[in-house]
Write a new protein. Structure first.
Length: 280
């Protein structure tokens, strides 16, 4: 019986992790491209994603090393950006059964995995929890590694041809890449936020005038790049959703992949429809 529960937990974790691919792979490709431009090899960039696996901290590390900052300072700043994980792990403890695997599995804890775990684990059988976490975290980790390798090998050609949806830090780096600006937010957002629709476009097609989303960010876009337009805002963050005027590129500051976000699946559906249209 426990073997059956274990397998179903692993399978469910993999299934729950699949929506993360839409956010992880494009951002990881961006990291691979930026790391190569900063002088790192594809192997070095990929190993950073394997062992550090820290999203925004990786971009910071590469930027600081490329600018000539001391390695000790780059490492300290990377750890500082990730200090929020000191809060994440204890918040999951009430939902975790005892297992020797947890110290190793915590390497796979990201903002998105934390949000999913907080939603899934409380109602899940204890016999499934460890394997569920293995499944969802491995999907996210492997997709991040794969995206980094792709970015290092063929990033420029991929980003010129593929539709891209930037989520959270991906949204910020998309803005920077195209000439906009992103930086520390005046009011960091963590948890629920009410967004106001400015324009539907294709990325927010058939969305209501207001909808609730799940946020987890210290930085934000504060200058929209040329060729993009603003689609949605919140009281705390003006640039919540942007869309390119002619190319199939869009960015969202919030996390559409978590259950707390309303119309998350509709956003992914709109993006996929645009991608199919673009590739006809």
């Amino acid at each position: 019986m426990s073997q059956v529960s274990s397998k179903s937990g692993l399978k469910q974790g993999i299934i729950d992790g699949l929506p993360l691919l839409g956010g992880y792979i494009p951002v990881a490709i961006s990291f691979g491209v930026i790391a190569i431009q900063a002088g790192f090899s594809t192997l070095e960039a990929t190993l950073i994603s394997v062992f550090i696996y820290a999203g925004a901290s990786q971009f910071l590390l590469v930027a600081m090393v490329a600018s000539g900052a001391p390695l000790w300072l780059a490492v300290c700043m990377t750890l500082l950006v990730n200090v929020r994980h000191v809060v994440y792990a204890p918040n999951l403890v009430p939902y975790l059964p005892q297992s020797k695997a947890w110290p190793y599995l915590m390497h796979g804890l990201t903002d998105q995995i934390f949000a999913l775990a907080h939603t899934r684990l409380p109602s899940m059988e204890d016999t499934k929890k460890v394997d569920w976490f293995k499944g969802v975290s491995m999907v996210a980790w492997f997709s991040w590694i794969l995206g980094t390798a792709l970015g290092g090998i063929a990033g420029d050609s991929l980003t010129q041809k593929w539709p891209i949806l930037g989520i959270c830090v991906g949204h910020q780096y998309m803005a920077n890449h195209f000439g906009g600006k992103a930086g520390p937010a005046d009011i960091p957002e963590f948890g629920s936020s009410l967004l106001t629709l400015i324009e539907e476009g294709w990325i927010l097609a058939n969305f209501p005038k207001e909808f609730n989303v799940w946020e987890s960010h210290n930085d934000e876009v504060y200058e929209i790049p040329e060729g993009f337009r603003l689609m949605a805002s919140s009281d705390a963050c003006q640039v919540q959703v942007i869309q390119h005027d002619t190319l199939p590129f869009a960015g969202v500051q919030y996390h559409p992949e978590v259950e707390h976000t309303e119309y998350g699946s509709e956003l992914f559906e709109n993006f996929l429809n645009k991608a199919l249209e673009w590739n006809k």
